[in-house]
Design a protein around this ligand. Structure first.
Ligand SMILES: [Zn+2]
Length: 145
C-alpha cells in the first residue's frame, strides 16, 4: 500500500518520540519510538522498555491506545535511533506481529523493505501468515493431564 500524508506524519511522530526520549539509554543501539493511529484518528505513542525482559515500543503504544478506550487500530510504525543519532523505520519483532494479530485485526504496519530500502505499508496479517490459533479448549476432566 502507498503511504498517505497521515502515514508520513505518523513516522514523524514516532521519530520525535525516539529522539525526545533518547536520554533514557546511554547505548542507543536498541532505542525505539513508536506511534499507532487508531481508527478514531487519535495517535498513541510508546518507547521500548529495555530490561532483561524488554517490552517493545509497539506494545507500549498499543497498550496505551487500549487503556484509553480504543478498540480499532489503523496503522502503526516504529522508528529506531542509530548510534550516530540518525533514525530509520524498523520492522516489528515476532512477538509484536503476534500481538498485532490478536489486537489489531485490520491494523496496517509501516515497515522497511531491507532489500530495496523502501518504506512500505502492509496489512499486519501479511507479516504473520500462519498465526497460532487455539481451536479447541483443553479437556480438564481428563485424568491423564
Ligand atoms: Zn516487538
Amino acid at each position: 500500500m502507498k503511504l498517505t500524508k497521515q502515514d508520513c506524519a505518523l513516522i514523524e511522530i514516532a521519530t520525535k518520540v525516539a529522539k525526545d526520549n533518547c536520554d533514557i539509554y546511554a547505548d542507543l543501539s536498541m532505542h525505539v519510538g513508536c506511534a499507532v493511529r487508531a481508527k478514531s484518528g487519535k495517535v498513541y505513542v510508546g518507547i521500548n522498555l529495555k530490561t532483561s525482559h524488554s517490552v517493545c515500543a509497539e506494545q507500549v503504544a498499543i497498550g496505551q491506545a487500549y487503556a484509553c478506550g480504543e478498540r480499532e487500530l489503523d496503522t502503526i510504525v516504529a522508528v529506531k535511533m542509530n548510534k550516530d543519532g540518525g533514525t530509520r523505520v524498523v520492522s516489528p519483532c515476532g512477538l509484536c506481529r503476534y500481538i498485532f494479530d490478536k489486537f489489531g485485526i485490520s491494523l496496517n504496519v509501516i515497515v522497511e523493505d531491507v532489500a530495496s530500502g523502501k518504506i512500505l505499508k502492509v496489512p499486519a496479517a501479511k507479516l504473520l501468515p500462519y498465526p497460532y490459533k487455539r481451536e479447541r479448549k483443553l479437556n480438564t476432566n481428563r485424568s491423564d493431564l
